[in-house]
Design a protein around this ligand. Structure first.
Ligand SMILES: NC(=O)c1ccc[n+]([C@@H]2O[C@H](COP(=O)([O-])OP(=O)(O)OC[C@H]3O[C@@H](n4cnc5c(N)ncnc54)[C@H](O)[C@@H]3O)[C@@H](O)[C@H]2O)c1
Length: 404
């Protein structure tokens, strides 16, 4: 199912449970603004290459719009629209005073040199700079982008608007980034997993994990889960998949992956067909790569008891229904991967005020983990969407992180 159709279907279901006015429902589904830009750059060999970039600003009722920028060949307007919508719900779930946005460029970052990526990012920023801003729309990294990408955006944006370190989050620490932002989404995945398992009398250390994706989110989640005693028995990325029933040595896999640009060929496990990864026998499945990977066609074969949605919209609504009937518990993306935007908020507050925020991430995160009634499937949709809807009525009242 198309990403936008899937996220809209989930939202409509929540709206129905809430008894939401149909006009308000329609207004919340239509994005605030959609931007599409052409980005042409000279390649290293002197030839020209053209790419299409997007930024969808979904909603700013709760604060400046916030969302990552993705570089991937499958980036299209519908996908960016769906991801922007998810950001609106995610920042509401985390109770952070932000709205939702998302951007991306349809490109294959692995096929571009560093200098080509820099030129592409700078051209994209030139086309977009009037629409983003500290109090308007604050980008961050997502698939295919990282702190270096944010540094280029910050530098290019500052040429037009003066030094503006708060215009992006997820930037290098030396440029005003936040310690721990790199690991934050993976750390949030661990905290959310621990909280979920505790509800069922289980702990990370007695579970077997399978993780799809070994980039920023997947590799940090794997490292932190394994440090907490969890057994990560299989991992995949775009290069392949590896499996070890006794548990993969994650620090060694990280080293191998950095040296070889992927998990393929890791000697500490057996090669596995990546197509079979999601249906491997395990307790907890953590999709941390692309959207729409768990669908009607493979849902019945999933053997995990828990699915932690570290990626955005990895589960199609049709698969959701099949898995619910099978008794599989799914922790939704807008909750499970909200650690990244939470620490992005800390970073943004520090740069807007030019001070350090002392608030502990775990304390902040644990607060909303406890406050949500996420484990009741009927109530969960209400819980996820209600904060945003409530704040539409009272946009001024939201808790802020205390900055010392
Ligand atoms: N980076 C963040 O802070 C953040 C925050 C919230 C959500 N997310 C979501 O988490 C997911 C991963 O983001 P990331 O930042 O880790 O991206 P990344 O680019 O750092 O890593 C992506 C990983 O997915 C793998 N991958 C790509 N295609 C694959 C395929 N077909 N099968 C298996 N693996 C594949 C890549 O090889 C890589 O290991 C995305 O859905 C993103 O939107 C990221």
């Amino acid at each position: 199912m198309n990403a936008l159709a899937a996220t809209s279907r989930n939202f409509k279901q929540a709206a129905k449970l809430l008894g939401l006015d149909s006009k308000l429902e329609k207004s919340l589904l239509i994005p605030f603004r959609e931007i599409k830009v052409e980005c042409t750059i000279p390649k290293d060999d002197g030839t020209l290459a053209s790419f299409v970039g997007f930024r969808v600003q979904h909603d700013n009722a709760r604060g400046p719009m916030k969302g990552g920028i993705r570089y991937h060949h499958e980036v299209d307007p519908d996908e960016v629209n769906a991801l922007a919508q998810l950001m609106t719900w995610k920042t509401a779930v985390a109770n952070i005073p932000y709205g939702g946005a998302k951007g991306g460029i349809g490109c294959s970052p692995g096929e571009l040199s560093i200098s080509e990526l820099e030129r592409l990012t700078r051209v994209f920023t030139q086309k977009l700079h009037d629409c983003i801003g500290i109090h308007t729309d604050v980008p961050a990294p997502d698939m295919g982008t990282n702190s270096q990408t944010m540094a280029w955006i910050l530098d290019e944006y500052s040429k037009f608007h003066g030094y503006s370190p708060a215009v992006v989050t997820g930037k290098p620490v030396d440029l005003g980034g936040s310690l721990g932002r790199d690991a934050a989404t993976g750390r949030g995945v661990l905290f959310a997993t621990e909280a979920l398992l505790a509800e069922y009398g289980k702990s990370t250390s007695d579970q077997r994990f399978v993780i799809q994706g070994f980039g920023n989110v997947g590799s940090w989640a794997a490292q932190l889960i394994s440090e907490a005693g969890g057994k990560v028995i299989a991992v995949s990325d775009v290069t392949g998949a590896v499996k070890n029933c006794n548990g993969l040595d994650i620090p060694k896999l990280v080293e191998h992956s950095m040296e070889n640009r992927g998990v393929k060929g890791f000697s500490g496990g057996d090669a596995l067909d990546p197509k079979l990864l999601l249906t491997e026998d395990c307790d907890v499945l953590v999709p941390a790569a692309l959207g729409g990977v768990i669908k009607r066609e493979n849902a019945n074969d999933i053997r995990a008891k828990f699915i932690i949605e570290a990626a955005n919209h990895p589960t199609d609504p049709e698969a959701d229904e099949i898995l619910s009937k099978k008794g599989v518990l799914i922790l939704p993306d807008i909750f499970a991967n909200s650690g990244g935007v939470t620490v992005s908020y800390f970073e943004w507050v520090q740069r807007v005020l030019n001070r350090r925020a002392p608030h502990g991430f775990r304390t902040f995160f644990a607060g909303f983990v406890r406050s949500s009634n996420r484990l009741n499937p009927q109530l969960s949709s209400l819980v996820y969407y209600r904060p945003h809807l409530q704040s539409l009525a009272a946009t001024q009242e939201y808790p802020r992180v205390h900055v010392g």
